[in-house]
Design a protein around this ligand. Structure first.
Ligand SMILES: Nc1ncnc2c1ncn2[C@@H]1O[C@H](COP(=O)(O)OP(=O)(O)OP(=O)(O)O)[C@@H](O)[C@H]1O
Ligand SMILES: [Mg+2]
Length: 580
């Protein structure tokens, strides 16, 4: 009987011969086995093996010691084939764990975690100098093959927005090749996107320090990324782990990535992402925005609110205002610039003044002027504009913005709109070859389950009954998945999962204290203008009371606190509050 030999190099170092495990503590026995498995299917000369394992011994003594080792291996039923001159192991009876990582399939999180400890973690053979040399070459070759394959996967994970996995994959890549530029950049990006801006900058600085001043070609990309991270990313507070997981949108992210790449190459486009409330439009846009701002260029996102419908040219002016500050804006035609500046200066005085200003200038002139501004900015750097909740854009902003971005123009810019309403760009037929629209579908079952498991507390995971209820009720809608999971965690009542979404929203609101409810209502009314100071002024309550109410809302994940402002956590929740 010849046993199967399986070599484990990831996570732990061991060789299993059938049921028996041989570890590095077995010294030369392990070293021989490792050598023979690495040369599986090829014969090795006894003389060479003797030199590797027993360089100090006399010839006769070395041959004897090798025979003894081979005898011990045969006792274990290791498949050794040997004659007077050569030794080998048959290919088909040897398997090695890292092979599985080279078959092109995306590695699982557990594989990546193991890889992040490197190959042969902790193994440092002291058999002989020449054996050590052989082993280091072997390890370097394996590391090279693994890091090539990992680099490909890393690109896919980045494009798909799986930053949780990018982080681990980048660490794995750095474990294999500590000076990997791809690994360093991806690790810094993952940290930056998770909100650890200073840690991200630290990773890049350390790398720059390692490669030193002399290798200037290795410093270009990290320097550029460093600048983008430090200039473009806000110092946001760390996202909670709940918020970090972003699942099942690899295709949508790739599509956005392809569109961004086309735009950077000078092909202007407009994309409408539409889908039901809570399906993940805002999340998709924010994830893409984070990725795009690391790639350079101007990336701006505007979120419309229900009252924007009544702000003629409101969002349009917000956009103009920021573009006027952008590099390259000075290259804009002076007449166009003057018209836009006039429009914007009335933006602060709500209502009539701007209507007057826009009444003076017909829409076509406004569109032409902004188009000129976008063109001058895009000469300097690509322009990516994202407009979320575009169903609340006022009509004139919508037609003006579409007029600017949907026109065919070889310009480095693009516009992404997210809307609950698919018919938003229906009137833009005249530009049909540059306006695309895609529906954001419910999450597929596997990512929906991944999200559910992640949100349920660890002791509830594996409760397939609860998971099944959540998945059935939520139908792939991530907002509903979150709602059902947090409701279940608060009540631990599986029966309650059978209620409808609006019943559950209603119940969650019922459980709030009076103060917390008032604060939530104010958040909804103030929308994106909701700052702490405004809340204090509006509610006229002592600060400590306000803080307590905010904490209560935060504990129940009903508000999101960001940059000193806080917003009600979701438009759907806002609607439930208004309905009450
Ligand atoms: N792919 C995803 N993975 C994990 N969580 C997600 C995903 N997509 C969305 N979410 C979460 O689900 C919730 C709802 O998503 P989001 O706000 O993006 O929906 P929406 O389509 O913009 O809804 P609305 O039309 O009401 O604005 C958010 O908490 C968001 O973080
Ligand atoms: Mg949204």
């Amino acid at each position: 009987m010849r046993a199967h030999v399986s070599v484990r190099t990831l996570g732990i170092v061991a060789i299993d011969v059938g049921e028996r495990r041989i570890g590095p503590s077995s010294g030369r026995l392990f070293a021989l086995l490792l050598y023979l498995t690495s040369r599986r299917g090829h014969a090795s000369s006894r003389r060479v093996v003797q030199e590797l394992l027993f360089p100090q011994a006399q010839n006769g003594q070395a041959a004897h010691s090798l025979r003894q080792l081979l005898y011990r291996l045969r006792q274990l039923a290791a498949p050794i084939q040997a004659d007077a001159d050569q030794i080998s192991m048959p290919l088909e009876l040897v398997s090695v764990d890292w092979w599985d990582l080279l078959d092109g399939r995306a590695p699982a999180m557990s594989d990546l975690e193991q890889l992040s400890h490197g190959v042969f973690p902790g193994y440092s053979p002291d058999v002989s100098e020449s054996y050590r040399e052989w082993f280091e070459t072997e390890r370097a070759e394996i590391s090279l093959r693994l890091s090539r394959s990992l680099t490909t996967h890393l690109t896919q994970l980045r494009g798909g927005g799986r930053w949780d996995m990018v982080d681990v994959a980048a660490r794995a890549l750095l474990a294999l090749d500590p000076l990997s530029e791809e690994g360093t950049l991806a690790r810094a990006e993952a940290l930056a996107i998770a909100g650890s801006k200073s840690a991200a900058l630290g990773v890049i600085d350390e790398y720059l320090h390692e490669v030193g001043e002399t290798q200037s070609q290795l410093r270009v990309a990290p320097r550029a990324l460093r600048r983008r991270i430090s200039e473009r990313l806000p110092d946001v507070s760390l996202r909670t782990t709940d918020d970090q997981l972003f699942v099942g949108r690899e295709d949508a992210m790739r599509m956005l990535g392809a569109m961004g790449a086309a735009a950077r190459a000078g092909g202007q486009q407009v994309l409408l992402v539409w889908g039901e409330p809570g399906i993940g439009k805002t999340r998709l846009l924010s994830e893409y925005k984070a990725l795009a701002s690391l790639q350079g260029g101007i990336t701006q996102m505007y979120s419309c609110q229900p009252h924007d419908v009544f702000r003629p040219l409101g969002i349009f002016c917000d956009l103009v205002e920021q573009l006027l500050q952008a590099p390259g804006a000075l290259g804009c035609d002076p007449g166009a610039r003057e018209l836009l500046e006039r429009l914007v200066s009335t933006n602060t005085h709500l209502g009539t003044a701007r209507e007057e200003a826009s009444a003076e200038a017909p829409l076509t002139a406004i569109v032409r002027s902004l188009s000129d501004l976008v063109s001058s900015v895009a000469v300097e750097c690509p322009v990516l504009i994202l407009v979320d909740d575009a169903q609340w854009l006022d009509r004139s902003s919508l037609s003006a913005i579409l007029g600017v971005f949907a026109g065919r123009s070889p310009r480095r810019s693009c516009l992404v709109l997210a809307s609950r309403n698919r018919a938003l760009v229906a009137g833009a037929d005249s530009y049909s070859d540059s306006v695309f629209s895609v529906r954001l579908n419910p999450l597929a079952p596997a990512p929906a389950l991944e999200l559910t498991r992640n949100l349920l507390r660890s002791d509830m995971r594996g409760d397939t009954e609860v998971e099944r209820h959540v998945l059935e009720q939520a139908k792939g809608n991530p907002f509903f998945i979150r709602l059902f999971c947090s409701h279940f965690l608060a009540t631990t009542d599986a029966e309650s999962l059978k209620h409808t979404v609006s019943e559950i929203l209603e119940r969650r609101l019922e459980q709030l204290s009076v103060e917390a409810m008032r604060v939530l209502e104010s958040c909804v009314v103030l929308g994106k203008n909701c700052t702490f100071a405004r809340l204090e002024a509006l509610l006229e309550v002592p600060r400590h009371q306000l803080l307590r109410a905010v904490e209560e809302l935060d504990d129940r994940a009903l508000v999101q606190i960001s940059d000193g402002c806080f917003l009600s956590s979701h438009a759907l929740l806002g609607e439930a509050v208004i309905k009450r």
